[in-house]
Structures are given as C-alpha cells and as structure tokens.
Design a protein around this ligand. Sequence first.
Ligand code: BES
Ligand code: MN
Ligand code: ZN
Length: 492
Amino acid sequence: MKFTASCAELSGLKADSLILPTGLTLNNNAKTIDQRSNNAISSVIASGEFGGKLGQVTVLNLPSLDIKRIILLGTDGLSNQRQIKKAVNAACVALKKTRVKTAMWIGGDIGDDLKAEASIVAQSINTSLYNYKKQTTDEASDFESLIFWSTKKSANHAVEASLEYGAAVGDGMNTARQLGNLPANICTPSYLAEQAVSLGNKKLKKATITTEILDRSHMQKLKMDSLLSVAEGSDEPPKLIVLNYQGAESNKKPVVLVGKAVTFDSGGISLKPGRGMDEMKYDMCGGASVLGVMNSLSQLQLPINVVGIIPATENMPNGGATKPGDVVTSMSGQTIEILNTDAEGRLILCDSLTYAAKFDPDTVIDIATLTGAVISALGKVASGVLSNDQQLADDLIECGTQSADPVWQLPLWEEYDELLKSNFADMANIGGPQAGTITAGCFLARYAQDYKWAHLDVAGTAWVSGGNKGATGRPVPLLMEYLRQKSESVSD
Ligand code: BES
Ligand code: MN
Ligand code: ZN
C-alpha cells in the first residue's frame, strides 16, 4: 500500500473512491464535492438515509461520474480517540469491500489533530486489509494507494510522516495478529524463534536488528529453572528469543520489552476445563506483540534502542510435568512453590525479567495474557497496567489514550503482595481467589526491583472471542506510541 498526502485543488481531484468524513451540516470541502457529484450528498442527507451520526457509513455509487464512489462517514458526536478509531475502521472496512485501486481520504474533519487522523487512517487501512489465509496485506486486495487530502499545505510533510507511522503500526499489528491466529501445532516456540530470526536478518539503513535464540541447555546454564519448569510437561522444546534493535547510539539505555509466549496453555497438571480451550493458542500474544513492535520499528527505524525478550514454551501435562506443590529456584535465587501449574505465565516471565537486567535497561515493560481476572476487572476494553514507577504508569496511560489502545492502572500494594506467602518457599505462584491480576503483578514486581518496570495484562484485549474470533494486534499501537514519544524526547 502506498500512502501519500495531497493538498491539490479539490475540484480537480482524481480517485476511484473518496472517503468524506462529515456531519449532517456540510462544510465548504463537502459542498464542493457535493457539487461535483451532482448533489448526491445533499440528496442522501435530504432522504434521511445519511444522518451524519458518528460511525455511520453510507456508500454512494456514482457510475456516471469520474469519482465512482463516495463513502460518507458520520462524525457528529465525536469526543475521543477510541471513537475516532472505531469510525475510521468502519469506513476502511466499507472501502475494502468496494475493491478499488485508489482512494482519497478527505482529512481535517474528524477530531482536531490532522496528524493523529492521518496516522489512524493508515493504520486502519492496513489492518482492514489483513487476511488470515493470505497472511500478508500486500496480496490481499487490489487496493494500491490512498491519498490523504487536506487543505493544510504547511502540514503536508507532517501528514506524510504520520501516514508512514500509522502504516507501520498497522503492519506490526498484522504481524502480531497472524502469529496469534496461527494454531498451536504450527505456531510453536521453534516457529516463533524462526520468525524472530527472519526479522533479525533484515538489513536496515539507520538501525541494526539482531536475534539470538537461547535453547534449553543455554537456559539451564543461566539457571532459569522457573521458566524451564513450565516446559517440563511438553515435547516441544522451549526457546528464549532475544531481539536487539539498535536505532540510537550504543550508549543509550534500551527499553526492554518482555512478551509472554505460551504457544498453548492447557493449564498443565492443573488442567483447564475443555470449553474454549482452543483460545489458549492466543497465550503467546504478548510475545507476538513484541515481534509486531520489532517489525514496525524496523520499518520506521526510530532512533531508540529496544530489546525484545520472548520466553516461548508450551504448558502441557505429560509425565514429566511440574506438579502442584513442586518447588523451583528461579534465576534470581528466589524459590517458588508452584501451587497451580496454570499460573505459568509469571513463572516464565520472572526469569526473563531477571535476564532483562543484563541489558542495563532504561525501562522494562512486560506484556502478557496473564490472568482471567483482568477480564473481570476491565473487560475487553482496557488492558491492565501495574508499575513500580508512577511516572511510567502515567506515561503508558497517556499513550494508550492517544493511540486508542487504552490501559488502566491497578495498585501494587504490600497488602496484596502478602497473599503470595508460602510455608515452603520464598513465595507461592498464586495468591488465592481474590485480586488475581494484582497478585500476579506483585509476583512479577519481586523480580523487577532493579529498574523502572511496568506490566501490561492483555488477557482481555489481545484477541476477541465469538463470531469474530481473532487476534487484535493490541497493544502494538500503545507500545509504538510510547517508543515514538520516547525516541523524540531522546533525540531532542
Ligand atoms: N493464560 C492464562 C490467563 C488467561 C485466562 C487469559 C483466560 C485469557 C483468558 C493464565 O496462564 C492463567 O491460566 N491464569 C490463571 C491464574 C490462576 C491459576 C491464578 C487464571 O487467570 O485463571
Ligand atoms: Mn495458565
Ligand atoms: Zn497462560
């Protein structure tokens, strides 16, 4: 997909389709287009078919005109980025259905930030073209180019940069979605490692990206017995995937992203109930989001250093599997009584967090489909965020708002941490039935004491169930927004 910005005269524009965000009252741009389309817009408004309400999409087919199609997108009642994203998505889905080659987006009438609009349009175009079977957006349709039109000539450069940014975020989301959607018999830890290696083989102009895969014996040497205890019950070999993206000088401390990649979570000996168990192929979506971010970063080549750490394993119940009551020693030296083998995410993350310190990080963010409890707390709207640094939590909340990929904070108070008490080890791996997301966070916090750290629980947001079952690509937009802002403040 090609994205360009334009400020050319509206009266002479050329495109197969035109997308016009508008309310019930037409502004001057909309009036010009109305005139060019023989009043097709005012007629559809007069008929009552198009009411201008937020997210309403009406397609006008005008075969006798040079603009063959106008897609009206209602904008009345808009108030936040999440609504804008939903509305833009609806228009992009309608656009995809019309099977055009070129389209033009009339910018400047949705929200009050042209750059944010351009970025979300490009992101939505790319995510709407995602096709599970064909895997790539490129082959998925005839759609070739989108022109983002606006009156602001002075903003043209900034708009093009925003389009490039949004398109890269969309591609990163599609990477994460594809890996998430692949079944667990294909998307194994070894498969994820291969994908990471091929990402790491990309030659970039302004940055470098390298991949290292640690296998079981390497992890044994590092004493990652907590991580390895999860892999014990499976025939698939575990992999610790480490990606190193360097877009800034080597003395700049990296942001480390740690992504949980349990390629199938059966629960282990604490076996899960059968209903909906297929969805536990999505238990690697945290790791997939890190690969998605790495893909976006390598397209944009942002001036920042980012390390991705992805502990990848299955959680299965074979004869060698960890048993409830087993005690393991983590890489940090702290011992863990595994009371429930289904609380495995924290067991692979804790050793990864200890390993993260080796990179002398500026900040560490882990991303994990960690608890069902976060779905009870926040539903499928916001991801949970827990942090040992309030500024970092605030930054992530703000970036989530801006990128319409929202997160909401839960506390990490010592009263919750006390629930992890064990009589036989330094801690238990579960805290009982209450506050499950917070006790999971408290567990991780014990391994993240040496740096600024935040944990994102994306169990409710990384995929949707039901008729539209599929991975969402979240929280790639949030993470990219955070890294983009950070890269801008670094280079100032
Ligand atoms: N991967 C699951 C969390 C999960 C459950 C995500 C349902 C999405 C939907 C995680 O490994 C898990 O099983 N967590 C347990 C923890 C409990 C045993 C303390 C949970 O949430 O039930
Ligand atoms: Mn589990
Ligand atoms: Zn899990």
